[in-house]
Design a protein around this ligand. Structure first.
Ligand SMILES: [Zn+2]
Length: 113
C-alpha cells in the first residue's frame, strides 16, 4: 500500500469556501483567483462503480473502480480505487494515495496508532 498523501483543493481567499477545483472563480462569492490549499486526503467511502467498458482514453485500464469519498475537510471528491475490490465497503475510511494525470487514487486508510 502506498503512503497517505494530501489532497490539493482550492480555497476562496475572501469567503473561505473550499472546492475540489480546478477553479479560478469562487462559486459562492465570485472572488478570484482561488488559492491552492493542501488538505488531509482522508475520508469515508460513499459510493463506487466498476467501469468495464471504458471511454477510449482509459480503454486499456478497464476494469477499474471509480469511487466517491467525503473527505474529512467536507469536500466530496471523485477518484479511482487503487485498493483491493474486496475492501470496497460503504463508510470505510479511505485516503488519497496518489495522483496521476489529474486522477486521484484512493486506498484503505492505514489504522491510526
Ligand atoms: Zn468566495
Amino acid at each position: 500500500m502506498l503512503e497517505n498523501t494530501e489532497f490539493v483543493a482550492v480555497r476562496c481567499p475572501t469567503c473561505g469556501m473550499l472546492d475540489v477545483g480546478p477553479s479560478s472563480i469562487c462559486r459562492s462569492c465570485g472572488s478570484n483567483p482561488m488559492g491552492e490549499i493542501r488538505v488531509a486526503g482522508t475520508g469515508r467511502l460513499v459510493s463506487w462503480t466498476v467501469i468495464r467498458r471504458a471511454p477510449t482514453r482509459f480503454k486499456g485500464q478497464a476494469p477499474y473502480v471509480v469511487m466517491v469519498a467525503d473527505l474529512d475537510c467536507g469536500l466530496r471528491v471523485t477518484g479511482r480505487w487503487a485498493g483491493e475490490m474486496e475492501a470496497l465497503t460503504s463508510g470505510v475510511t479511505v485516503c488519497c494515495v496518489g495522483n496521476q494525470q489529474e486522477i486521484v487514487f484512493f486506498d484503505l486508510a492505514k489504522e491510526r496508532q
